[in-house]
Design a protein around this ligand. Structure first.
Ligand code: NAP
Length: 266
């Protein structure tokens, strides 16, 4: 039976993987704070899809919140608004992220793209998690231990450990992001707050649109043991399993949602 009181903040939920996560959470009875950077029309569309996916009479609400997670003032404004609208947030999903605007050989690539990717893919989720964790600790200090068990899910990538020499900035940002989960998992376990990393493989979204033919060929050639593109729903289902507390004695865990890409094969 879905619990109508449970809520999640999903960053970058207007499109792609974030939208898939928001919809799966809505299906599980969660209310969702839908963050987006600039595409309000896509965020509103996600809001409507969540309302449709939500069980009848669940009482769940879906609101959209514009904020560029790389900008400190935007993060502060979003956290203030989201925690006012959803005072007992149960789940933070750090999903928002960007690829380089132009793929460039690491021997030529410039610092501007590197700084942009570190700001959005690493600094944003790192300090957003800090702000939400402190909000939760404030609540937990006033409540009975164990009465409230919030969780953090961070969406990294197979690029955290796979070298793509034409987007080194992206790989470096995702490798750095992978440290967020053990750090917060170790620091927050005493409060009953658990943290997970989900590592998606090749997922069909706007981000991978420009390289569709290349990945079509690679998948047909055996890139992944499960021979298909991943979908935002695949990632959303994994997040939903964590959100529904199916892993109560785990924290700091990495879950690969990649069609088996991570396995070494001979
Ligand atoms: P996408 O289709 O390009 O969607 C990106 C989402 O992030 C949009 O909702 C966008 O909002 C939001 N966003 C971008 N910059 C932001 C910022 N500064 N502040 C707040 N929100 C921001 O990308 P995706 O493929 O769904 O990727 C989602 C996450 O999964 C990323 O972290 C990506 O690195 C990771 N990932 C993707 C794949 C893949 O194959 N697609 C694989 C592994 C990991 P607007 O709509 O407002 O622009």
């Amino acid at each position: 039976m879905p619990n109508p009181l449970r809520t999640a903040l999903v960053t970058g939920a207007s499109r792609g993987i974030g939208r898939g996560i928001a919809i799966q959470l809505a299906r599980a009875g969660f209310g969702v704070a839908i963050n987006y950077a600039g595409n309000q029309a896509a965020a509103t569309e996600c809001q409507k899809l969540c309302e449709k996916a939500s069980p009848k009479n669940s009482g769940a609400r879906f609101d959209i919140f514009q904020a560029d997670i790389s900008i400190p003032a935007d993060r502060r404004r979003m956290v203030a608004k989201v925690t006012r609208a959803f005072p007992r947030l149960d789940l933070l999903v750090n999903n928002a992220g960007v690829a380089p605007s132009v793929r460039a050989d690491i021997l030529d690539a410039g610092e501007e793209s590197f700084d942009r990717l570190i700001a959005i893919n690493v600094k944003g989720p790192y300090f957003l998690t800090q702000a939400i964790a402190n909000h939760w600790i404030g609540i937990l200090k006033k409540e009975k231990p164990g009465s409230f068990r919030p969780q953090i899910v961070t969406i990294s990538s197979i690029s955290a450990y796979t070298a793509s020499v034409n987007r080194g900035d992206y790989c470096v940002s995702k490798a750095a992001l992978s440290m967020l989960t053990p750090l917060y998992a170790a620091r927050l376990a005493e409060y009953g707050i658990h943290a997970f990393e989900i590592r998606p493989g090749v997922i069909a979204t706007d981000m991978t649109g420009p390289v569709k033919e290349k990945y079509d060929r690679l998948i047909a050639g055996g890139l992944t043991p499960i021979p298909r593109w991943g979908t935002p729903e695949d990632v959303g289902r994994a997040v939903s399993a964590i959100a529904e507390n199916r892993f109560p004695f785990s924290t700091g865990e990495v879950i690969n949602v990649d069609g088996g890409f991570h396995m070494r094969r001979l």
